[in-house]
Design a protein around this ligand. Structure first.
Ligand code: SF4
Length: 462
């Protein structure tokens, strides 16, 4: 069954579709339009861990929970690395090891959501701040941290988190640190730099924060959805597999209302598109901007990080923008890279020149003023630029160019002769406005019936 999601007077922004997973193991929860207070959270089993820190680490290892900020790194490995560096810093290592990571560990809940097509992190902090704080407290217990931070740019989320901290005082000091929104502001070294009082800009690696982070201490910078899933595993280790193998996703594009939902891994992208209201998509922009473009054939892939990576794309932060047949993929790439070029922190020369060059080449394709060797130059940049900047922004721009050439070669060739009718009629927009998905309204329980659960919509899919 497919259906579109028209805006309602009460929820004119992004809609929320109920989860497929049972409520105890769901991040979206039973009342996603309202902020959950401490009492309601405790009634779900929150703040009452069923496991010790070592047992939690074992469960996270066993279920293979991966980070939800974009890179998908195993959560248990990251926690263990911070704990080990903290132990060395406290005197069990050599003098050199102590110097490399001195200090008691620090834990950071990273809620800075730079991908313009993603809303899950800001929704989570606005709607379920206690779930995130509970996860942060568990992460502190595992790593031995004595201080925590919640890092974000959304003022509304900051207000809800501060309220939650006064509602239920945590066992370690937790500060809220606000930053200006930006594509690179949530990169882990930018997070550390901002908390230490500097600008929210990435630094060269190594050292990584788990070695030397906030104040020089080993630091866990964990995405807020990752922490939410850690809290859920701690409360319900018997549900560790479905908790680790479900994910929040933001669906947009297709001319229908954007949607935040939670689905299990394995659902075909095509089924998600149909459920969202785009029954015949021509492709998709994957992982926010980080997974690049895929064509219609790739939509038979399952929503699963490993399968997507093997196919040359990425789930990233879980933001997927479906492209309808009347959207030009060259124009979509131009718009996305234009956004990245505008968001470059302008610290690395290769990023400044590289993103500008890719953006200019794609713009020229859309306007019909490209040189004959534009495709070759895009190929060269897509191969040669990744890994040369201090953060992933340059990689994302190069990846978008490469994915366009792989997925839509005929359209690129055609644009060498002149703009397509879509680009001629609607020049790709500049700035983030067309890519931005608004955060769902949170705070007022819905007086209207909730959307049909995603489980029902996806019935019959693997
Ligand atoms: S790669 Fe680009 S965005 Fe990243 S730190 Fe360097 S200049 Fe800034």
């Amino acid at each position: 069954m497919t259906r579109s999601l028209p805006p309602t007077p009460t929820h004119p922004l992004t809609a929320i579709r109920h989860p497929t997973t049972p409520a105890p193991g769901s991040v979206l929860g039973a009342t996603p339009y309202a902020t959950e207070n401490a009492e309601a959270y405790e009634a779900t089993g929150g703040y009452a861990a069923a496991v010790t820190p070592d047992e939690l680490l074992h469960h996270l290892d066993a279920c293979g929970l991966r980070g939800r900020g974009g890179a998908g790194f195993p959560a248990a490995v990251k926690l263990r690395a911070v704990r080990e560096h903290g132990r060395r810093g406290r005197g069990s290592g050599t003098r050199g090891e102590r110097a490399a990571g001195a200090g008691t560990p620090v834990v950071v809940a990273n809620g800075e959501e730079g991908e313009p097509g993603s809303v899950k992190d800001r929704w989570l902090l606005r709607a379920r701040p206690h779930l995130v704080l509970d996860g942060l407290v568990h992460a502190a217990a595992v790593t031995g941290a004595a201080h925590g931070y919640v890092y974000l740019s959304d003022p509304e989320a900051a207000r809800r988190v501060r309220e939650a901290l006064t509602e239920r005082v945590p066992p370690l000091p937790i500060q809220v640190v606000e930053t200006a929104a930006g594509y690179v502001a949530g990169e882990e070294t930018a997070v550390v730099r901002r908390i230490d009082g500097g600008p929210a800009l990435p630094t060269a690696k190594p050292p990584r924060p788990f070695e030397r982070g906030v104040g020089g201490a080993p630091t866990l910078v964990a995405n807020v959805e990752t922490l939410a899933r850690i809290a859920l595993v701690a409360a319900r280790p018997d549900l560790r597999e479905p908790i680790a193998r479900s994910t929040l996703i933001t669906l947009s594009g297709g001319g229908v209302v954007p949607e935040l939902t939670e689905v299990p891994y394995g659902v075909p992208l095509r089924a998600l598109a149909a459920a969202h209201g785009t029954p015949a998509p021509a492709g998709a922009l994957m992982g926010g901007l980080f997974g690049g473009l895929v064509d219609a054939r790739a939509l038979d892939l399952p929503l699963e990080p490993g399968a997507l990576a093997a196919a040359g794309t990425a789930l990233g932060c879980g933001a997927i923008r479906f492209l309808t047949a009347d959207v030009c993929p060259v124009g979509a790439a131009a718009e996305a890279v234009g956004h990245l070029a505008a968001e470059s922190a302008r610290q690395c020369g290769v990023c400044v020149s590289g993103t500008a060059a890719i953006s200019d080449a794609l713009d020229r394709l859309t306007s019909g003023s490209a040189e004959p060797d534009t495709a070759e130059r895009l190929h060269r940049w897509a191969r040669g630029l990744p890994g040369r900047g201090a953060c992933g922004l340059l990689d994302a721009a190069a990846g978008l160019a490469g994915s366009l050439l792989r997925a839509f070669p005929a359209q690129v060739r055609a644009h060498l002769d002149g703009p397509c009718p879509v680009c001629r009629a609607h020049a790709p927009g500049r700035g983030p406005h067309r890519l931005v998905v608004p955060v769902p309204a949170v705070g007022t329980p819905s007086p209207t019936p909730p959307a049909e659960p995603m489980a029902a919509v996806l019935e019959g899919t693997p």
